[in-house]
Ligand binder design. Structure first.
Ligand SMILES: [Zn+2]
Length: 214
């Protein structure tokens, strides 16, 4: 497969096999470990509102890669991305491109001392999840903290207005929700414009939540 073009923003990032190494990728044991998160970098990206791929500040649009389980939990543990950095990741990352059908059975950081495996354990060896891309504005980009441990950053709040949603990849294996969602989109039944809060006709702003007060 041809290597995807590297976004200008990522031109200064280190590469491995000509693939850009994301800003939050763990560097341990003298090498970068694709697929393993550096928890400190993740927390900094969340707190300092940096893109998880290039490490730079956001502009007027922020993209999130969201799994159904994230929607259920109400947040995504991973920081946002610039639209072009997500577009690059969708082509370069096997988990987002759909090439990977399962999570690693053994973490990339397995055996390295002092490396947290947080967030990996429950998914190890399981079929890959479906991912959607969400576009939100900087004003909707809010970090959720653990109510019982206020210093602990859970991730990005998903209970916010969403400008646009697009499927990135379906789940591996039989996931009826994903299949139905793809079928709806293929049949043109998915009205993606309805999630845009900037309606040109001045109609009320729809939410992705059921909390409208009017
Ligand atoms: Zn970026």
């Amino acid at each position: 497969m041809a290597q995807p073009p590297v976004p200008i923003r990522c031109a200064g990032r280190p590469t491995l096999g000509s693939l850009v190494i994301p800003w939050i990728t763990l560097h341990a044991g003298g090498r970068y470990l694709f697929g393993a998160l550096d928890k400190d970098r993740r927390d900094r990206a969340l707190a300092e509102r940096r893109c998880q791929v290039c490490g730079q500040s956001f502009d007027e649009r922020i993209c999130l890669a969201v799994r159904p389980a994230d929607v259920y939990a109400g947040y995504t543990a991973e920081p946002g991305m610039h639209p072009e950095c997500l577009a690059y990741s969708v082509r370069a990352c096997p988990m987002l491109s759909g090439d990977a059908t399962r999570y690693r059975a053994t973490p990339a950081s397995s055996g390295l001392p002092g490396v947290a495996e947080e967030g990996h354990g429950p998914r190890a060896g399981r079929p890959a999840d479906a991912f959607d891309a969400w576009w939100i504005t900087p004003s909707s980009y809010c970090v959720k903290t653990d109510p019982e441990h206020p210093g602990q950053l859970l991730g990005i709040d998903l209970d916010v207005p969403v400008l646009r949603k697009r499927p990135i990849r379906p789940a591996a294996g039989l996931d009826l929700d994903s299949l139905f969602a793809l079928a709806r989109q293929a049949l043109g039944l998915e009205d993606t414009a309805s999630s845009c809060p900037y309606q040109p006709d001045g109609s009320p702003q729809p939410h992705n939540t059921a909390k409208e007060s009017d």
